[in-house]
Design a protein around this ligand. Structure first.
Ligand code: UDP
Ligand code: MG
Length: 313
């Protein structure tokens, strides 16, 4: 018998969890070939009642397993812990807030068993209910990262993907500390079919992503998968060398041949400001990569488990 594993990262989801569970159970009936199910909740250091709710659910249903972190390590860490600890032939990730509709799972499963795909992903075709600024920057981010990397990053792609074990194993073989799951998933390749659906607002509770957190996450994605910003700063540096060289020749020409002594304190100050600005900017880019390297070489664990259910080996 085949098994489907469902990983659910949870951070302060006491309001959404009961609704999520009810909806999930409703939707994992009558699958073709009667697969087994394994539901793995990863409690990412929640400060509310999330862990107790998960424990209560686990008492009622033996398909449920859980892992609980010692503190909040972030969704990326929760995903990684989930992928490392599931045993299914097919694995999927679902948000606890019902933004990844469980009703799509059956269709995803039918595609993966009947057609020649290694993974079935979902993508939102709109971002209804999201602040406009956030959507604008999200679009900009996808444009940028697609220019900078040599694999496709699908706009609107969710982490909600049903994948075969082989894809899961490939993703967990990438051991990096600075994890950007969407990028890792695109990086490993394989045959992916994308299902489209309309965005759903969160069912209860609040989003854990502030604008600032998302910006940091976007930068994470870019530095983790592209070194283009470094090339960019080198090119700007070179360009400025050329421009200043031409300016020097022009000034020598003006002074010696035309006899016009150069004056121009204001222009000089502007140039100094601009060039030093660009220098600091480039230094910042180098710093980004250096700090990522620093975190990588320390080889700290991606997550620390405080407790887990007995049915996890
Ligand atoms: N999440 C997590 N750790 C975090 C932040 C979020 O495990 O540090 C989980 C959260 O409980 C939810 C999923 O990741 O199941 C998506 O989070 P959220 O809905 O807040 O993100 P959004 O949908 O607004 O991008
Ligand atoms: Mg959400």
């Amino acid at each position: 018998m085949e098994k489907i594993s469902i990983i659910v990262p949870c951070y302060n989801e006491e309001k959404a969890l009961p609704l999520f569970y009810e909806e999930l159970i409703k939707n994992i009936k009558d699958f073709p070939k009667n697969p087994e199910f394994e539901i793995l909740f990863v409690n990412d250091g929640s400060k509310d009642n999330t862990l107790n709710i998960i424990k209560d659910l686990a008492k009622k249903n033996s398909e449920i397993k859980y892992i609980s972190f010692s503190r909040n390590f972030g969704k990326e860490a929760a995903i990684y812990a989930g992928l490392e600890n599931v045993t299914g032939d097919y694995v999927t990730l679902m948000d606890a807030d019902l933004q990844d509709p469980p009703s799509l799972l059956k269709q995803m499963y039918e595609i993966i068993i009947n057609e020649d795909y290694d993974a079935v992903g979902t993508r939102r075709i709109n971002r209804k209910g999201e602040p406009i600024i956030r959507s604008f920057f999200a679009k900009l981010f996808y444009k940028l990262i697609n220019k900078m990397t040599n694999f496709e990053n699908v706009d609107g792609a969710r982490d909600y993907v049903l994948m075969k074990k082989i894809v899961v194993d490939s993703i967990i073989s990438l051991k990096e500390y600075n994890r950007y799951y969407k990028g890792l998933f695109s990086f490993v390749g394989f045959n992916v079919k994308w299902l489209e659906y309309k965005n759903m607002p969160r069912v209860a509770g609040q989003t854990k992503w502030s604008f600032w957190k998302l910006t940091k996450y976007a930068l994470e994605g870019i530095t983790a998968f592209s070194t283009a910003p470094l090339v960019f700063s080198s090119i700007i540096g070179l360009l400025f060398c050329i421009i200043s060289f031409l300016l020097i020749i022009a000034i020598i020409f003006k002074t010696l041949i035309l006899g016009d002594p150069t004056s121009g304190w204001p222009s000089l100050v502007c140039i100094i400001f601009m060039v030093s600005g660009i220098q600091l900017f480039s230094l910042g880019i180098i710093g980004q990569y250096l700090s990522k390297t620093y975190l990588e070489v320390k080889k700290r664990p991606i997550y620390i488990i405080k407790e887990r259910s007995n049915n996890i080996s």
